[in-house]
Design a protein around this ligand. Structure first.
Ligand code: HEC
Length: 169
């Protein structure tokens, strides 16, 4: 009985301590403050697991059609992805270097992720990071699939391809 009472008391004290720490403003939300290694590790694990569970598997989609690819490149430029992620022959905006977590290199990410996972992230965004939900920003599924096709092809897209595909008619 005394044992249970001690556990209960400890739980209450911990809850009070956490409340004072977080609501009293002691937790530092500054992006300049690096997260402890354990938090970083957990965030990556949680993000990957969440995307895998929610995205499901890739169904039958055509990602190799050159027209879709070029539509994707144009959408990638028009939707502002370039500002944070850069593109072939185009630097990201300087401000994106201040984002924590920082926007990944999509050439690399494109190799590691299934099309359905890329689709899900672009559609839904990632909470508490700079990655926006493009469904909330008004993009239709078709446009998002075209962007996925473009990301999958990124390692083979030259600077001049990207320039030609995104040139104003
Ligand atoms: C305001 C900056 C910003 C813009 C604009 C932006 N992103 Fe991101 N994006 C991020 C950040 C930050 C992350 C990293 C999130 C993380 O590490 O959890 C990210 C992550 C991603 C990922 C990787 C997710 C994963 O599986 O780990 C993909 C794919 C992606 N963005 C695609 C896009 C596309 C496509 C667009 C445009 C339609 C876009 N992003 C626009 C900031 C941005």
């Amino acid at each position: 009985m005394r044992f249970l009472a001690t556990i209960g008391a400890l739980a209450i004290i911990t809850a009070f301590g956490a409340a004072i720490f977080f609501f009293g403003g002691f937790f530092n939300v500054a992006a300049t403050e690096p997260d402890p290694g354990l938090v970083n590790w957990a965030l990556v694990k949680i993000r990957t697991a969440s995307i895998e569970r929610h995205a499901g598997v890739t169904g039958a989609v055509t990602l190799d059609d050159p027209t879709i690819l070029q539509t994707g490149a144009r959408a990638f430029a028009a939707r502002g992805c370039v500002n944070c992620h850069g593109a072939p022959g185009m630097e990201w905006q300087k401000f994106s270097e201040g984002l924590r977590p920082d926007p990944p290199d999509l050439k690399e990410i494109g190799k590691e992720r299934e099309p359905a996972q890329l689709f899900w992230v672009i559609k839904n965004g990632i909470k508490m990071t700079g990655m926006p939900s493009f469904a909330l920003a008004g993009a239709e599924d078709k446009e998002i699939w075209a962007i996925v096709a473009f990301i999958k092809k990124l390692p083979n897209v030259s600077d001049s391809d990207f320039k030609a595909w995104t040139a104003k008619p």
